[in-house]
Design a protein around this ligand. Structure first.
Ligand code: NIG
Ligand code: FE
Length: 407
């Protein structure tokens, strides 16, 4: 009886940074075997056992990494807010723009005016840009609909993008993003509505993989978010939070008590928050694009996060207001330049730790036997170059679930 390894496709001609344990773990002159869309063999090409493969691809040089994962985006929205960019350049603050009907409220108005199809069309162009930069999995939040009808429209649009383009989409219901005009001055009543109507409907339709909230003095209080999280959990949905972005409110610690998948932004977290995240296994999602766009000066406490071994993910936060960013590699560069991460930490931030922030740690984010065969071959001589180059087209071959989608 033959003991030869049976694989669907064999990939050779590159070095690999596997990112297992969050480190490069380089394999030079490597090979990957793929069977049923999963990695069935990985190692040095010279160590490849006797095998039968239906198809062989020699990628002809470069470095392979796991497909990049953008674990925090607001990619679906109507219109854009370029005029606010100009206002901010003239010295008007994000807070003051928000308080005067701009900010999230402006995107709510334009998102409500668009059909699901229009939302899909505009998001598709942005998603294509992320894909060209090596992204194979993207999280997309709602949060510009703020009513059952329009939040569902956004979530459906986000899900539909996965049939338009070769990318995996995880959706997050961010209905507690801001107060819609019909609930002006009635934040508690809006939270009641989310708990009693909107979240149960979204859960029933199975349109969200997680639930998110904006906990801030211009968003919702910790008590309000806790109420909303209680409902999410009772519906079986994991939670994540936008917290401690502009001030310290206690949202991160509260979310950690709900075993949140991630706490995102977190410029203003304290040591107590970091300890709570470490205990809960909550990922710290760093969003340098929003930090840069808002010209913030308070940086997330990277030394504390390292000290307590809290995994740090990095995402674009792609949104029309505070982070009109369409390159995850640029965020890797900014995480290094602005927050002093190492290029190795930056790559872990968009692979293994980003997967954990989406509850995908079992199947995505590293290259090892059994994981989904999402990987990218880069035209670089070392993996550190992924954080070093600003712009440029480094993508050589992109493989999604064992199929070439580019290159
Ligand atoms: O992640 N912080 C709140 N939400 C978004 C901003 C959304 C907007 O301004 O449209 C963020 O930065
Ligand atoms: Fe965000």
């Amino acid at each position: 009886m033959s003991t030869s390894l049976k694989i669907d496709s064999l990939w050779t001609g590159f070095h690999i940074a596997t990112m297992c344990d969050g480190q490069y773990h380089c394999i030079e002159n490597a090979a990957i075997g793929v069977t049923n869309q999963r990695i069935s063999w990985i190692g040095k090409e010279a160590d490849l056992p006797a095998h039968q493969s239906q198809i062989e691809h020699d990628l002809g040089g470069g470095w392979v990494t796991p497909g990049l994962i953008d674990c925090h985006t607001h990619l679906v929205f109507g219109g854009n807010r370029a005029t606010e960019f100009e206002q901010r350049l003239n010295g008007v603050s994000y807070k003051s723009i928000s308080e005067n009907g701009g900010g999230i409220a402006a995107s709510v108005k334009s998102t409500r005016e668009e059909t699901e199809q229009q939302l899909i069309q505009s998001a598709q162009v942005r998603l294509q840009a992320l894909i060209k930069d090596g992204v194979t999995t993207v999280e997309i939040k709602s949060g510009y609909g703020l009513s059952t009808e329009h939040e569902i429209k956004m979530l459906r649009a986000a899900r539909a993008l996965a049939s338009e383009l070769p990318v995996e989409i995880k959706t997050t219901c961010l209905a507690a993003h801001a107060l819609p005009p019909e609930f002006k001055g009635q934040a508690n009543a809006y939270i009641d509505y989310l708990c009693n109507e909107l979240l149960p409907e979204v859960a029933e339709l199975e349109l969200a993989d997680a639930v998110d909230a904006f906990c801030e003095n211009i968003g919702f209080s910790t008590d309000q978010v806790a109420r909303y999280f209680n409902t999410a959990q009772s519906l079986g949905l994991p939670v994540k939070i936008h917290a401690e972005q502009l001030s310290s409110q206690g949202g991160t610690e509260m979310a950690a008590n709900f075993k949140a998948l991630s706490a995102d932004h977190i410029e203003y977290i304290t040591e107590q928050d970091v300890k709570a995240m470490a205990n809960a296994g909550t990922v710290a999602v760093l969003l340098p694009g929003a930090f840069f766009t808002l010209k913030e000066t308070q940086k997330p406490p990277i030394a504390l996060l390292r000290q307590y071994n809290v995994p740090m993910a990095i995402a674009t936060d792609s949104n029309p207001g505070t982070s009109p960013v369409l390159s995850l590699r640029l965020m890797m560069n900014m995480a290094c330049t602005l927050f002093a991460l190492t290029p190795e930490e930056a790559l872990a931030g968009v692979t293994i730790h980003a997967a954990k922030a989406l509850g995908l740690a079992e199947t995505h984010g590293v290259l090892s036997i059994g994981k989904v065969a999402d990987f990218v071959c880069w035209n670089v001589q070392s993996p550190g170059e992924l954080s070093y180059w600003i712009g440029g087209d480094l993508l050589k071959t992109r493989v999604k679930a064992g199929e070439i989608t580019h290159g």
